[in-house]
Design a protein around this ligand. Structure first.
Ligand code: PMP
Length: 305
């Protein structure tokens, strides 16, 4: 990904893609104390727009706050950086990755007194779990790895270090022929996917694990909860068990990368009819209408670049 044309916003300005580099003694590279976001820009009738840019940037700043990292730019400056870098790369639709990290002044464990850096990089990225996955559903396994506890590396923060847990679960799943993993919290209740929130449909009601499971407070999760209200679907946030998933009518993942992806099997047990369910399809359609600017009610969630 490093050897290509394009621009990356780094520490206050646009730099050539190939020059956006850090030193090998970068603190975050050694200890994982950094925070990031993932956003998408979509084509809309009004032009390219970044979905829920303000909310993602607020979450980035909150993640930094939790890890005691002082972002050396204002919220407004980082918001503008996203728009500038998408425009500079001539992208009509893309994934956007901002990152806040600790510099290379010292390699003591403490991040105190070290410089804090920010970058924003956009690139074209199609569906995360495949076009076929979006239409027909994916096959997932319940991971043997436990989701990290709410009082370990902090689950309100979308922090770099949290993703070792995700990578282990995802690798275990994909190396075993599954598309993705679901992790259980330290008490055995359902938490989330390696990079997605989870929803369950049972007897017409939509359920999702509450955030005490350590699941990320996902922006797509929040979007789906809001859209369920419009669709007349009741949503309940609660503790959920593994076997509740097996006997559900429908299960699906949400996330900026994964969008709304149906799950057709868990641990090789077919969910419902073993394909995308009708309620998942309705929610998916409502989601894509919003991100593509086809629902005027949510125009404020779209930031034109
Ligand atoms: N959980 C995890 C662990 C994630 O990495 C993501 C992706 N950011 C999500 C949930 C979904 O969050 P969002 O909808 O804000 O992208």
């Amino acid at each position: 990904m490093d050897d290509r044309d394009g621009k990356i916003w780094m520490d206050g300005g646009l730099v050539d893609w190939r020059d956006a580099k850090v030193h090998v003694l970068t603190h975050t590279l050694h200890y994982g104390c950094g925070v990031f976001e993932g956003l998408r820009a979509y084509e809309t009738p009004q032009g390219t727009a970044i979905f829920r840019l303000d909310d993602h940037t607020r979450r980035l700043f909150n993640s930094a706050k939790v890890l005691r990292l002082k972002v050396p730019f204002s919220l407004e400056e980082v918001i503008q950086a996203h728009k500038d870098v998408v425009r500079a790369n001539n992208l009509k639709s893309c994934y956007i990755r901002p990152l806040v990290w600790v510099g290379s002044e010292s390699l003591g464990v403490s991040s105190k007194g070290q410089t804090i850096h920010v970058m924003v990089a956009p690139w074209s990225w199609g569906t995360y779990l495949g076009e076929e996955g979006l239409a027909k559903g994916i096959s997932v396994m319940v991971s043997s790895f436990t989701h990290h506890h709410v009082n370990a590396t902090m689950t309100k923060a979308k922090s770099v270090s949290n993703y070792t847990n995700s990578i282990l679960a995802n690798r275990e799943a994909t190396d075993n022929g599954f598309d993705e993993a679901i992790m259980l919290d330290p008490t055995g209740y359902v938490s989330e996917g390696s990079g997605e929130n989870l929803f369950v449909v049972s007897k017409g009601v939509v359920y999702t694990p509450d955030l005490s499971s350590g699941a990320l407070d996902g922006i797509t999760r929040n979007t789906v909860i809001t859209l369920c209200g419009d669709l007349g679907l009741k949503v309940v946030e609660k503790r959920m068990t593994r076997d509740e998933l097996y006997v559900a009518d429908e299960v699906f993942f949400t996330g900026t990368a994964a969008e709304v992806t149906p799950i057709r099997a868990i641990d090789r047990i077919e969910i419902g009819a073993g394909s995308r369910g009708p309620i998942t399809e309705k929610i998916q359609k409502a989601f894509f209408d919003v991100v593509h600017g086809r629902n005027a009610k949510y125009a404020s969630w779209l930031s034109l670049i």
